[in-house]
Design a protein around this ligand. Structure first.
Ligand code: NAP
Length: 306
């Protein structure tokens, strides 16, 4: 009896223990201690970015979401609040505008948010023969896929390095491993992201900050409609965004420099290393030739009409 009364704590302490043990239980489910920390996800209004938002919110993170389509961001924020009680801050903007990364970062700083993870995911592709390509669209792609990624990465890293914690996930692509006909600028932009991320991984790994390139193969998202090749998804083996992001977060936790979801995709990147580069890029002509070529830019007008 005496033993029992001695170990039965006060109600207030009981509540604390219950809270602590539920927290411990939560922590067991969340081994990467992301709880109550903030992540910035660019391109969160659809596809892989929206899925990053779902899976990071499920791990207890709060999110800054950005993309151009505010209505989509708002819907997603409501879903995340309802399901996970995640705090979200929405900052809709067009990241291909030269000054947009600075405006985005200033807004984050003015809201007193310290970023633990940056997911540079926003990006688009155009598939077209050279003489039908829109130079304007290609330059917009370079500003979004290359300049904005670089800008945000170098804005986010200093405070992460100060804390010796956190990291960046840069969404590259399987196409980043080789030159690709009909989408040369896109593949080159993804090769840039891959090389930048690997360099930063090496440079920062002993300073507590992790940088990883995510290189998905074909993934079932709106990317193909935007690129003017919506038929591609039916003709190629593909992954769901859910699987891509699950694999990415596992690799990020293991501090991998590069994540290639899917064994087949991984094998493809190994294979092309042993083939002559001429053969690889010529091979890409068969695989990536536009089926019903449309002038670049038309796709966006019709496909983004929501
Ligand atoms: N799907 C694939 O097979 C695949 C494979 C390898 C890599 N990736 C990469 O994965 C990333 C995500 O693409 P996804 O497949 O999820 O395609 P998606 O569904 O089309 O998503 C692209 C996201 O980027 C945003 N975005 C596009 N232009 C923008 C701009 N100017 N400013 C701000 N945000 C912009 C879009 O939002 P708004 O339109 O609302 O602005 C959208 O949220 C991209 O970097 C893509 O290159 C995709």
């Amino acid at each position: 009896m005496i033993f029992c009364s001695a170990v039965v704590p006060e109600p207030a302490v009981c509540a604390k223990i219950a809270a602590d043990s539920s927290f411990r239980k939560k922590r067991r489910l969340l081994p990467d201690s992301l709880v109550d920390r903030w992540a910035l996800i660019t391109g969160a209004s659809s596809g892989i970015g929206a899925e990053f938002a779902r899976q990071l919110a499920a791990r207890g993170m709060h999110l800054v979401l950005t993309a151009r389509r505010e209505d989509r961001l708002r819907e997603l924020a409501e879903e995340l609040d309802l399901r996970h009680g995640a705090k979200t801050e929405l900052i809709p903007l067009d990241l291909s505008e030269p000054d947009a990364p600075r405006r985005l970062w200033d807004e984050i700083v003015s809201r007193n948010i310290r970023m633990h993870i940056l997911v540079n995911n926003a990006g688009f592709s155009q598939v077209s023969e050279v003489d039908r390509a829109s130079r304007e669209k290609l330059l917009e792609m370079v500003r979004l896929n290359v300049a904005a990624v670089t800008d945000l990465t170098y804005r986010a890293l200093p405070s992460m390095l100060e804390e010796g914690d956190g990291g960046v996930i840069n969404v590259s692509s399987l196409t980043g491993f080789q030159p690709v006909a009909y989408m040369g600028v896109y593949a080159a932009s993804k090769a840039y992201i891959l090389h930048l991320s690997e360099s930063l991984w090496a440079e920062l790994r002993d300073r507590g900050v992790h940088v990883m390139a995510l290189c998905p193969g074909t993934t079932r998202t709106e990317l193909f409609e935007v690129a003017g090749v919506s038929g591609w998804l039916k003709k190629r083996p593909s992954h769901s965004p859910e699987r891509v992001v699950r694999t990415a977060l596992r690799a990020f936790r293991k501090k991998r420099p590069v994540c290639i979801p899917g064994a087949r995709n991984h094998l493809l990147t190994l294979l092309q290393r042993f083939l002559p580069r001429k053969r690889v890029v010529r091979g890409s002509m068969k695989y990536f030739r536009p089926l019903n070529p449309r002038p670049a830019g038309e796709a966006e007008a019709s496909d983004r009409a929501d």
